[in-house]
Design a binder for this molecule. Structure first.
Ligand SMILES: [Zn+2]
Ligand SMILES: [Zn+2]
Length: 235
């Protein structure tokens, strides 16, 4: 299993940074794009700089309907022939209008769902912003990927752990914690400790919060465009 950050708030040349998030995951026969970033030109530039393309994409996983995760959608749909889309509740109409020319199978997710081949959705969570997280099972444990984690990264991680029945090896993505109080952060860290071995904060986590996490959690890898993670697959 290989995971590459395509779009993030932080990136150094030759990559371009921008507010938004997108990750490309290769897992066995599946090639999954998690979210699409905010700007199709930045997404295209970073894919090109990484020598990657989306023509053989099998799955498009959309975490939640915010423009910094959906902005590259038109770019993606222009490049793929057929794809399975996994989207949270509330996005069906929006997507049906945009995927007319693509042979896409649209799956709207509400409950926790087995997506096949060791991939799972946490199910749509949260009261204000409805969001789902993607779980990939590897030999070293589950990896949870979050878009913004609006429902709370600790709640999403707990659900992911319960779903696969073991501690996660990594929680990666936007944690949406900018401006959150130190007390809430301390509670968050104490809740994440039993649930995951490592954290990879990116996107909307915020610089100060990322520094706090680095100082208070044992294993933290801040994200940047182009960052790549690999695991042995669970076969
Ligand atoms: Zn976001
Ligand atoms: Zn968001």
């Amino acid at each position: 299993m290989r995971l590459v950050i395509l779009y993030d708030n932080v990136g150094q040349p030759p990559f371009r940074e921008g507010w938004g998030f997108s990750v490309l995951i290769t897992h066995g026969e599946r090639k999954i794009l998690f979210d699409t970033g905010a700007d199709r030109l930045i997404l295209a530039h970073n894919l090109q700089s990484l020598g990657l393309d989306l023509s053989d994409l099998t799955d498009l996983f959309l975490s939640h309907p915010h423009c910094d995760h959906m902005g590259g959608l038109s770019y993606v749909l222009e490049r793929i022939k057929r794809v399975r889309i996994w989207a949270p509740e509330g996005m069906a109409r929006y997507l049906r209008q945009r995927m007319k020319k693509v042979k896409a199978e649209l799956n709207i997710i509400s409950e926790p769902t087995d997506l096949g081949d060791g991939l799972f959705s946490t199910g749509t969570m949260g009261r204000t912003v409805r969001e789902q997280g993607l779980i990939v099972k590897t030999k070293e444990g589950g990896v949870l990927i979050t878009g913004c984690a609006h429902p709370g990264v600790d709640f999403m991680a707990e659900r992911a752990r319960n779903l696969i029945g073991s501690r996660l090896s990594l929680v990666l993505g936007g944690f949406h914690l900018e401006g959150v109080s130190k007390n809430r952060l301390k509670v968050l860290v104490s809740r994440l400790g039993p649930v995951t071995e490592a954290l990879a904060p990116g996107h909307c986590t915020g610089r100060e919060v990322t520094e706090f996490l680095c100082a208070s959690f044992p294993n933290v890898v801040p994200l940047t465009v182009g960052k790549t993670f690999s695991w042995e697959e669970n076969t």
